[in-house]
Design a protein around this ligand. Sequence first.
Ligand code: TGC
Ligand code: FAD
Length: 390
Amino acid sequence: TDLFQSPDYYLLDELLTEEHLMIRDAVRNYVKKEISPIIEDYAQRAEFPQHIVRQMGELGCFGPTVPAEYGGGGLDYISYGLMMQELERGDSGVRSTASVQGSLVMYPIYAYGNEAQRHKYLPKLASGEWLGCFGLTEPNHGSDPSSMLTNIKDAGDHVILNGAKMWISNAPFAQVAVVWAKDEAGIVRGVIVERGMEGFSTPTTHGKWSLRASATGELVFDNVKVPKENILPNVQGLKGPLGCLSKARYGIAWGTLGAAMDCYDTALRYSQERYQFGRAIGGFQLQQKKLAEMITEITKGQLLVWRLGVLMSEGRATPAQVSMAKRNSCEIATNIARDARQMLGGMGITGEYSIMRHMMNLESVITYEGTHDIHLLITGMDITGLNAFK
Ligand code: TGC
Ligand code: FAD
């Protein structure tokens, strides 16, 4: 059987256009040919497969919603979602690389940058010639980025950047970092920092049991001189980085469903082939309950992200709607991975199957881009009008 069946229990493919299906199948085939055969090995060795950056660029996975004149795909949000779904079917770390590049680096340069910045950075990021990273989280300020300490001070034709960011995806290999820092008035500004600027370093974070095939690091700024032309001119305040997060969280809502689909497909097939007590384990009610609940949650999740994609393409989706979908997809994917792993018995803990890797990856995904708790509180605030953060 095809390793990459997409569960489509409610015939949701009928909601997609020919173009959507073509894009989805192209990324699905790419993952099948180039990612799945190698990714377990890279994850076991905790190594980032650098060569896939160019490949994903060529396939159009970076900044698919950015207009074509800047190297993007000029596509709608359903296309973007489907790409993230297929990449994360392979590995959450691979999808992370694309989320960061497209939504957290290209999007802010496109949305908040000037023409010179767009032309200088976007085509090289879109093609994968350059890799980017996004620095918001700090060692002491994760869920509450408004308390960040990283700062810029005016020094004539440049600013002096000081501070440190932590848990930054792509950092060790990135040529470009979009960094959020406070100016002397305490206003959050976006700054494009380039590798090679004096005083800028990107130490690698070691010892992760999750997203092992994605490189994570710190960004350390020790009196870095950044030319003023590298400041993003068209946004001020926390809504700058939060606006990028809305795009990336949307992609994660689709992506984690891809990981869930892979776990479901694997467990379903295994349950038909594995015999105990003289029969396929899929014939036992306890295993059927797990599988039936998995496909039910995947189907509900697919409907939610499809509708959200339509609203995103129309420019009508609210950040709180994005939070609900990110939270729901991460939760169901995490639960599905755990159940699927159990269905494989001892085989489930090995790298012979993808499930344990997905399960461990999803612990990062349910934490980054706003933790599970934070997204619940965003929904709570939206429906009650009462702010639980402050
Ligand atoms: P608050 O006062 O609520 O908002 C400040 C301003 O921002 C606006 N806003 C948004 N705009 C666009 N999109 C969103 N999602 C927005 N959320 C809020 C808001 O309207 C306001 O605008 P204005 O004009 O009034 O100034 O801010 P707050 O300080 O109270 O914070 C609220 C909170 C807790 C929800 C927010 O800080 C938050 O989301 N915290 C979680 C932090 C987070 O998600 N960090 C992620 C780091 S990046 C990452 O993890 C990448 S992993 C990538 C990968 O590898 O795939
Ligand atoms: P904390 O904020 O310290 O939270 C600890 C616990 O407290 C959590 O359970 C949280 O839900 C809870 N909590 C916090 N506040 C509240 C509250 N008000 N009410 C109730 N509970 C609360 N960041 C970037 O900027 N760029 C990246 O590229 C990036 N990549 C990442 C990659 C990985 C592998 C990981 C693990 C993280 C990455 N992050 C990145 C950081 C990520 O966004 C943060 O880890 C996340 O926002 C949570 O922050 P924290 O880890 O400091 O946890």
